[in-house]
Design a protein. Sequence first.
Length: 107
Amino acid sequence: MTDLIIAMAPQSGGSGGGQMLSTLVFFALIFVIFYFMILRPQQKRAKERQKLLDGLKKGDKIITSGGLHGKIVNVDEKTILLDVGDNLKLKFDRSAVNVVTREASAE
């Protein structure tokens, strides 16, 4: 039985350690590329979106993710009240805001 275990063990050779090191470097390089190409831009977009949602205020003109255009009448912690015209007001979740088309003027 011990002969089988010894036979399965990696053979000691001059290039065995170098091959393992090159494999580790290859995987580290893949991780670095993955981080800079996918994870970092996604985190940046998430921060910008959160900043947009936190900066909503009364009077902003917005477009929702459903394509509805309107003006913010009231802002709560999790919802906004949107005036869409003809004195029609609709309540939306803050996460439904897709674009702020015009900031409220400083009054």
